[in-house]
Every structure is written in structure tokens, then in C-alpha cells.
Ligand binder design. Structure first.
Ligand SMILES: [Fe+2]
Ligand SMILES: [Fe+2]
Length: 179
């Protein structure tokens, strides 16, 4: 992803990320099903790594995209419903992070072939995570994004796209430096 491709399609990119998050949640469900019925094997370990990397990486970047560029545009609205939505969505990111922290260690163990965790508890944590995520995305797409699209219409979104791309480049470099 380069800044040049993101800037004109800012909301298209955010919407596409929501579809990706939903696909990753479905992957996570299928993975928990597979672990429950067959335990761990090379395929489930690799799938656990894929989902883990997605929610540790791109999903967190998506939350930052919104916190830096979308929600601030809404907090200045005269419409109380819009301001409340932005406040709730910001708070949701905190809850989603908390929920993810309940899930990630089990997946990390799965990638190493360790089945020390209880798949039933993992399933329960996933259900809480998924319900909040889907509700959150619905509120963003029905209230927050349409309002932000209007409020940002007066701005050049090119700089937003540049910042989003630079931040990902930096975190990729950090990962590769860490080895
Ligand atoms: Fe969000
Ligand atoms: Fe979102």
C-alpha cells in the first residue's frame, strides 16, 4: 500500500479493512472449531499464526487510522449523536484490545504446538470479541463514516493517507529490525 493509492480512496480502504476484519473473525471461528475437533497440526498452527499477526498488526493500525483521522473530525460536531458515537467507538477500541489480550496468548501457544489452553474458554472469549467487533463496525459504517465523510470533504485527505502508509512502513521496519 502506498500513500498515493490510499489517499483518493480513504473510505474505500477503511471499508475494505472492515471486510477483512470480518473474514479474519470467520477464520478465527473455523480455527477454534478445527482445534476443538482435531487438536493442533501443522495447518492449524499456521492458521493461528496468520490470525494472530492480523489482529496484532493491521487491525491495530486500523484503530489508529480511525483515532487519528476519523474520530477527531466527529468530536467537533454540533450533533450530540455524532459526538457520542465517536466517544463510544474510541472506548470500544479499548475494550476490543482487552478482549484481544484474552485471546492472543492461546493463539500464540497454538502456533508453538501447545494446547495448554481450554478451547471452550477460547471460544467464549472469541464470541465476546466478535459480538463487540461486529457491533462496532455497524456503528462506524452507519453513523461515523458517513458523518466523517461529510466533515472531511473540505479537507485534502492526501496527508491522512500518507500518515497511514508511513506508520505501517515504520512498524514493518521495526518488526524486521527485531528479526
Ligand atoms: Fe473502530
Ligand atoms: Fe473500523
Amino acid at each position: 500500500m502506498s500513500a498515493d493509492t490510499v489517499a483518493p480512496e480513504l473510505f474505500g480502504f477503511l471499508d475494505a479493512t472492515h471486510r477483512e476484519i470480518q473474514q479474519q473473525l470467520a477464520q478465527l471461528h473455523a480455527l477454534v472449531d478445527a482445534i476443538e475437533s482435531n487438536g493442533l497440526n501443522a495447518a492449524t498452527r499456521a492458521r493461528a499464526r496468520g490470525v494472530l499477526d492480523y489482529f496484532n498488526g493491521e487491525a491495530r493500525q486500523h484503530h489508529l487510522d480511525e483515532e487519528k483521522h476519523i474520530f477527531p473530525a466527529l468530536l467537533g460536531s454540533q450533533d450530540a449523536e455524532i459526538v457520542q458515537a465517536a466517544e463510544r467507538l474510541t472506548q470500544d477500541h479499548g475494550w476490543l484490545e482487552e478482549n484481544w489480550i484474552q485471546i492472543a496468548p492461546s493463539l500464540e501457544a497454538a502456533t508453538n504446538g501447545n494446547l495448554w489452553f481450554d478451547p471452550v474458554e477460547l471460544r467464549h472469549a472469541l464470541e465476546v470479541f466478535e459480538a463487540l467487533y461486529l457491533d462496532h463496525i455497524l456503528l462506524e459504517e452507519s453513523i461515523a463514516y458517513p458523518a466523517a465523510r461529510q466533515r472531511l470533504a473540505a479537507y485534502n485527505t492526501h496527508n491522512m493517507g500518507r500518515e497511514m502508509a508511513r506508520r505501517r512502513f515504520r512498524s514493518d521496519s521495526a518488526v524486521s529490525h527485531a528479526g
